[in-house]
Design a protein around this ligand. Sequence first.
Ligand code: B12
Ligand code: SF4
Length: 449
Amino acid sequence: MKVLLVSTNTLTEPYPTYPIGLDYVKNVISPPHQVKIVDMNELRDGDAFAKVLSEELPDIIGLSIRNIDNNDEANPKTFIEDLQGIIGIIRRHSKGLIILGGSGFTILPEEFMNRLDADFGIIGEGERLQILLSALEDHKSLENVPGIVTRTSPVIFPNPWPLPFQRSFSKENSYIPFYLNRGGMLNLQTKRGCPFKCIYCTYPAIEGNQFRFASPLDIADTAKALQDAGAKYLYMTDSTFNGSYEHSLEVAVAFKKAHVSVPWGGFFTPLHPIPDYYHILADAGLTHVEFGTESLSNTMLDSYNKPFRVDDVLASHRDAISAGLHVSHYLMLGGPGENNNTLLETLANTERLMKTVFFVFNGVRIYPRTALYDVAVKEGQIDANGSLLDPAFYWSPALQRETVAEILRDHTANRMNWIFGSGHPNITKRMARMYARGHSGPLWEQLIR
Ligand code: B12
Ligand code: SF4
């Protein structure tokens, strides 16, 4: 069959993200199927997309839905209307079947199927598309197959994909220059899944609740291929890069052996560090560490069910800084149990983290199939029958919004290293200008104070 895979994500904040997921989907279905990937970032408008549809005449159009929204309570942006527009163009210019997939789709499969005129959806890893395509060719029933959603079958979450996952990256992909010209960032996955159980997190539902590792040699080979394609920086897309100290160190060793020289970074969990860990990674090219710290109050870390405590954050921070790395911390304010005391405790402890940037989110985005969802329903913060396509954020009943705003204003006045939500538009504009002048990487190191 002829398959057209479409990356629908055109969000450029904080910067555009290369559609890595489609490299994996393509790898598993091609051959036997004839596959082309297009990226709406490159096509830019509906006419160009309609032209591709008319020229390619695909039997199947797979839409990758990465983002539901921009996860910013103060300036929310949702993407359902853009997706409806894309599907309208497909229906007008193609007779192909429409299949939805991607992390955004996986979080809200029922709601996307209800709101979009699609034929099928794949929950979780897109490698499962091969099952759907074979069943279509063989005219087999697709009802009640875990991970495959039809217009009539119920949503059944599948087990993680049981086979090794492999990417097919081609430096000939026409959309690569779009990313190279805007920060030079390509991305790389070293493992899937997360065994931790933080109460608000969707990652285990998207990727599975155990780590599944790619081979360090394969990862280093792909890193080299990305570097040879012109990447100036690699973002590790793992839920938590250091979740396995053993595997992440093997990756670092493989990078050194393969002479990967491009800088890289990713999400880290501030677990208690093992000796020399950040020095070894720095020596293998790591430059940026983004810690998913979320709070600096042990009461709140307990409430979020985080696998570390404040002392571990301080130790991780110290080690990463001493290895010469750029360090940032994500903070999430207002979750269950947050009150003025825990908030003030977090703010006081931020003073112990020097030379850093804080990415701060007010309220905690509520997603189905998380423990936070159940709390939010129980407290009446959301309606169990309502839609979460319009983002809802948990806010602790013990907090007054105005008091919090005042406390934060006082604490962060004149501090350039506190970024709220998706950031001030001026920062995004400044980043775009710097990228245009040839700067690369995530650039938040410019804000470190
Ligand atoms: C790494 C990451 C980032 C990095 C990306 C860096 C980079 N250069 O790539 C950074 C920190 C920059 C980032 C930013 C943002 N992110 Co982010 N990010 C992730 C994360 C952890 C991994 C994404 C990833 O690349 N995975 C690896 C690839 C291989 O997987 P994949 O793309 O999902 O593809 C697989 C499947 O989804 C599926 N699939 C994909 N496409 C298709 C298509 C078809 C047809 C099929 C069948 C299957 C299929 O098959 C693939 C292979 O198995 C996810 C959470 C997660 N664990 O998924 C959040 C996630 C995608 N991010 C999210 C959000 C919200 C954002 C931001 C909007 C946050 C913000 N305000 O800054 C921005 C948006 C950036 C942008 N321009 O789009 C949300 C999206 C859901 C939502 N609420 O909208 C997620 C799901 C996290 C969450 N909250 O649950 N992010
Ligand atoms: S450690 Fe990170 S990825 Fe894992 S469950 Fe917690 S927040 Fe999610």
